[in-house]
Design a protein around this ligand. Structure first.
Ligand code: AMP
Length: 545
C-alpha cells in the first residue's frame, strides 16, 4: 500500500524558494578577486537567479537537459549560477580551474557544455584551448571590467546579460531525479569521469548535512566557504546555507592564509570548510602572528585528505578552535562520513579522544559503508581489519557520465571507493591506505601512472616510478624514481620539469627525482610502490638529481 503523502519535489528550486521565503535578509559576502568586498542578501540573490533564468531561456536558448559550464572562483554570481541553471532544468557543470589544459579541453567537450560562464581573471586559461571546444556557443564573462579584452569568441558580460531581464520567472516542473549539477573527478586513473548529481540527491545531501551531528549549521552561523565551488559544489555548503539561514562568506581567489585570517576576523566567521593544507597554512600564520582578539571561529571542517591529529591538537590548544574531520568523494556528493565525539566518549582521556577525532567518522543517515577484505569477505567492525571501503546511499554515484565502465561498482550495487579502511565497533571509519595509484596534493589529484608514461617517453629515461611522499604543506607530493638509459648522460632536474610542463599543470609536476639502478618490483613484475614508500620512509632514497 502506498503512503498518502504528497509527491513534493525535492529540487534545488525548493531549496532556493525556502531560503528566500524564510531567510531573505541573510547576507552573502564576496571578497572579489580584486580584493573588494561585495555584500547582498539572499533576497537580492533570489531575484538575480530569476533574471538569470530568463536570460538563459530567452537570450541564450538554454533548455532542460542542456549543460552549462562554470569556470569560476567562489562568489555571489557563482551561487546564482548554481540555482539559476538548475532552476530551469539545465545542468550546472562546475569545471575545475586547476586541471591541465588537456584535461580541461577533454572535460568541456565530453560534457558538451553549450555556454561557459568564466571569471575574467581565469579567461587566459580558456583562451589557449577555446578553438578546440566542439559545443560551446558563447562565453559569459564574470567580474569583468567593461573594457575587458579577450580572444574568446562570442562573449557577453554577465551584468549585461541580466540587466534588462524580469525578476519574475515561473520555475518549470522538474522531476527530482533529473540532473542538476555535474563535477568531473580526476581522482581516477585514466581520463576524468563525470558525476551527475540529481536534484533529489542534492536536496537530501543538503538537508542531512545541516544537522548538529553533521555540518552543525544554524541561522546564527556565518560560514566561510573555502572549498572551491568547482570541488563537488563546495561540499554542498551553498545549498546547506540556504536551508539553515547561515550567512555565507565567499573568498574567490583570496586564499592566502593571512587574507583568510583577515576575512575570518572581519566577518566574525563561526564555521568554515577546507582541505588540510589550507588549515595548516592558517594555523602557521596565526602562530607566527597571533590575532589580537580570539576569532569567532568555533570549528573548521576538513576533508579531501586526512586531518592530522597534531593539527587538531595544536589549533585547539593554541586558539581554542575545533577541527572536525570528514571524508567524501566527488562520487559521494561529497560527504560520506563525519567525525564528532559522542557522550559515550566523555570519560576518555584527551589523547584517546584525539585518536577518535582523527578518524574519518561515522556514516551519515542515508549512507551505508562496508569493508571488503582481499579474500572478498565483509570485514568485522573491530577497528583493525582492513579492506576496501565500499559505499552506497541516496547521494552516491550509480554510474559515471557517458561511460558504461562497471569496474567501480560491485555486482550487488556498491561503489568501490579505492580507499582502504577499518571500521570500529561504534561505526567510526578510518582510512589507512588507498588502492588508487594516485597522489593528492593540496586537495588536487595527480596521476602517478600519467607521470610515469610521460617520463618514460623521454629519450634518456628507461624506467620511471612515481609515488606519493608525505609533505608538510601539501600533505602529499610526487616523488619520481628514474632509471636512465645512459647514466653518464642524464637530464637535469630543471630539464625534466620543463619536459613535463608540456602536458601537466604546475602543481602536478614532481620537483623531487631520484636515480636508481632498478625499480623494485612485485613477484608479478609490477612496480612495488609499497616497497618504494618503505625505502623512502627508511631514508634509503635520496634526492639524487
Ligand atoms: P575527490 O573525489 O577528489 O574528492 O577525492 C576523494 C578521495 O579523497 C577519497 O576517495 C580519499 O582517497 C580522499 N579523501 C577524502 N577525504 C579524506 C579524508 N578525510 N582522509 C583521507 N583521505 C580522504
Amino acid at each position: 500500500m502506498k503512503g498518502l503523502i504528497m509527491d513534493y519535489p525535492l529540487t534545488t528550486n525548493t531549496i532556493l524558494e525556502y531560503g528566500n521565503s524564510v531567510f531573505h535578509k541573510k547576507k552573502i559576502i564576496t571578497y572579489l578577486p580584486n580584493g573588494t568586498r561585495h555584500e547582498y542578501s539572499f533576497g537580492d540573490m533570489y531575484k538575480r537567479c530569476k533574471q538569470l533564468a530568463n536570460a538563459l531561456t530567452h537570450k541564450l536558448g538554454i533548455t532542460k537537459g542542456d549543460m552549462v559550464g562554470t569556470f569560476a572562483w567562489n562568489h555571489g554570481p557563482h551561487i546564482e549560477l548554481y540555482y539559476g541553471i538548475s532552476g530551469i532544468g539545465a545542468i550546472c557543470h562546475t569545471i575545475n580551474i586547476r586541471l591541465s589544459a588537456q584535461q580541461t579541453e577533454y572535460i568541456i567537450n565530453n560534457s558538451e557544455d553549450k555556454v561557459i560562464f568564466v571569471d575574467a581573471t581565469l579567461v587566459p586559461l580558456l583562451e589557449k584551448i577555446a578553438p578546440l571546444f566542439e559545443t560551446v556557443e558563447c562565453f559569459v564573462l564574470l567580474n569583468a571590467p567593461k573594457d575587458f579584452v579577450t580572444t574568446l569568441p562570442n562573449t557577453l558580460h554577465y551584468e549585461d546579460l541580466l540587466a534588462d531581464q524580469s525578476e519574475d520567472f515561473d520555475w518549470p516542473v522538474i522531476d527530482e531525479k533529473d540532473a542538476c549539477g555535474m563535477c568531473y573527478t580526476s581522482g581516477t586513473t585514466g581520463l576524468p569521469k563525470g558525476v551527475l548529481y540529481s536534484h533529489r540527491s542534492t536536496f537530501l545531501h543538503a538537508t542531512t548535512i545541516v544537522a548538529p551531528n553533521a555540518g552543525n549549521a544554524s541561522s546564527r552561523d556565518t560560514f566561510l566557504l573555502i572549498v572551491p565551488q568547482f570541488h563537488v559544489m563546495a561540499w554542498g555548503y551553498p545549498y546547506m546555507c540556504l536551508l539553515s539561514g547561515s550567512k555565507m562568506v565567499l573568498p574567490s581567489s583570496n586564499l592566502k592564509p593571512e587574507t583568510l585570517i583577515k576575512i575570518l576576523t572581519e566577518e566574525k566567521v563561526t564555521k568554515a570548510n577546507g582541505v588540510p593544507s589550507i588549515w595548516l597554512g592558517i594555523y602557521e600564520a596565526m602562530k607566527k602572528n597571533p590575532p589580537k582578539e580570539k576569532l569567532a571561529l568555533e570549528e573548521y571542517l576538513v576533508g579531501g585528505s586526512a586531518l592530522p591529529m597534531s593539527l587538531i591538537e595544536n589549533f585547539e590548544k593554541d586558539f581554542g578552535i575545533k577541527g572536525i574531520h570528514a571524508w567524501g568523494m566527488t562520487e559521494t556528493s561529497p560527504l560520506g562520513t563525519l567525525c564528532r565525539l559522542q557522550p559515550n566518549h566523555d570519560n576518555l582521556s584527551y589523547k584517546e579522544k584525539l585518536k577518535i577525532r582523527a578518524k574519518q567518522g561515522v556514516a551519515f543517515p542515508g549512507v551505508e559503508l562496508r569493508i571488503i577484505t582481499d579474500d572478498g569477505n565483509r570485514a568485522p567492525h573491530d577497528g583493525k581489519t582492513m579492506g576496501e571501503l565500499q559505499i552506497k546511499g541516496a547521494w552516491t554515484v550509480s554510474s559515471y557520465f557517458k561511460t558504461n565502465n562497471h569496474e567501480s561498482f560491485t555486482k550487488d550495487g556498491w561503489f568501490k571507493t579505492g580507499d582502504v579502511s577499518t571500521i570500529d565497533e561504534d561505526g567510526y571509519m578510518q582510512i589507512t591506505d588507498r588502492t588508487k595509484d594516485l597522489i593528492k596534493s593540496g586537495g588536487e589529484w595527480i596521476s602517478s601512472v600519467a607521470l610515469e608514461s610521460a617520463l618514460v617517453s623521454h629519450p634518456k629515461i628507461k624506467e620511471a616510478a612515481v609515488v606519493a611522499i608525505p609533505d608538510k604543506k601539501w600533505v602529499e607530493r610526487p616523488l619520481a624514481l628514474l632509471v636512465f638509459t645512459t647514466p653518464q648522460d642524464k637530464p637535469s632536474n630543471e630539464e625534466l620539469i620543463s619536459f613535463l610542463a608540456k602536458d601537466f599543470a604546475k602543481y602536478q609536476i614532481p620537483t623531487d627525482y631520484v636515480e636508481i639502478d632498478e625499480v623494485p618490483k612485485t613477484s608479478v613484475g609490477k612496480f612495488d610502490k609499497k616497497e618504494i614508500r618503505r625505502l623512502y620512509a627508511a631514508g634509503k632514497l635520496t634526492m639524487a638529481l
